[in-house]
Design a binder for this molecule. Sequence first.
Ligand SMILES: *Cc1c(COP(=O)(O)O)cnc(C)c1O
Length: 372
Amino acid sequence: MPYPRLEIDLAKIEHNTALIVRICREHGVRVMGVTKVCCGEHRVARAMLRGGVERIADSRVENLLKIRRAGIRVPLYLLRLPMKSQAAEVVEAADGSLNSELDVIRVLGAEASRRSRKHKVILMIDLGDLREGIWSDAAPDKVKGATPRAVKGPVDAALEAARVPGIELEGIGTNLTCFGGVCPTPENLGRLVQIAESLGERLGRPPETVSGGNSSSLLLAQAGRLPRGITELRIGEGIMLGRETVERRPIPGAHLDAFRLIAEVIEVKDKPSVPAGEIGEDAFGRNPAFPDRGIRRRAIAALGRQDAVLEGLTPEPSGIEVLGGSSDHLLLDVTDSPTPIRVGDRISFIPGYGALLAAMTSPYVEKVYVGG
Ligand SMILES: *Cc1c(COP(=O)(O)O)cnc(C)c1O
C-alpha cells in the first residue's frame, strides 16, 4: 500500500451529513452538500446524499461533470461565479449556479435557451465579506456614505436577472467568512431575508431559495438563531471535518476524523534542536528561528508541501509535534511519544481544511475510501 495515503471514511461523512441535515431541518433549512474539497468525488457526493442532502454543489465545472457522469441525478450547482468563456459547459454540467454579473447571466441564459432549457440562478449578495456578490451594507446606518440603495440595488439586479430569457431566478444567497472574515449574524443574514422579502413583493411570489452561507452559519443554526426566511445552507467543511468554521468548534456528535493522512517515517535520530552553522534563508525564502530545547529525538516522515499544508496537520498519536518541513520532508519531534517511533512506522494526522484540499489535489497522495 503506497504512502502518503489519505483515508476517507464514507460512513463518517454520511454520519456527519445526517447530523447537520437534522440540525438544519429543525429550523426549516435545507442543506446543499458541497464536494469541492474532495475534487467532486462521486463516492463522497453519494455519502452526502445518503446523509440527507437534496442537492450537490461544487466550485469547478470539471467536478460537476464527474459527478454527473457517475450517474448522480440530483440537482447540481456551480458555486464559483461562472467564467463567461465557460458558459456552455456550465449550462451542460449544472442545473444552476451562483452569480453576481448580469453580463454573465445573459450569456448563461442564451446557452440555456439554445438547449431549450432554463438555467437556475442564485444571485449573490455581499453582506460585507468583500468576496462575491452585489454590495449591500449589512448595517447601512453604521456605514459612512451608505444609503437605502443597500436594499434597492440587489432587488433591482435580481428583477433584471429574472427577465433574462433562459434564466430562472431561483433566489438570492450570500457568502461570509471567506475573504473578510465577516461572521454571519442575525443582523446581516436578517438583511438578506429583508432583501428576499422586498424581491418577493416585486415578483409577486417569495423567492424559492434564500441561501444563507456556508459552514460558518452552522453556529447560528445550532443556536436556533438563523433568521426565519433563510431556506438553505451550503455545507462542505462542516460535513467533512465535523466543525463549524467561525470558532472551529466540534459539532456535538460529529466525527472529526473522517479524513486521515498517513505518512511513513524514513529517519529517526537524536539531534540538537538548534541548527549548527550560519543561518540563511530556508528552502522557501524564510528566516527560521529555533528555540533551544537541547537534544531531541527527531523523525522525518515522507510527506511534504507537495502533498499537504504542513502547518495544518495535527498528529493523532500523543507526544508528537510537527516542527515544519519542506517540499518532501515533514520534520517531527517524537521525544515525548509514549511508544518509541521507528523507521518504517506510519504516523497518522488529521488534516485541516487547507491540508485536506492540498492532499486531495496532490497526485502524490494515494486516496483510499473506507466505510462505503
Ligand atoms: C466553498 C463554498 C461553500 C462551502 O463552504 P464550507 O465552509 O466548506 O462549508 C459555500 N458556498 C460557496 C460560494 C463556496 O465557495
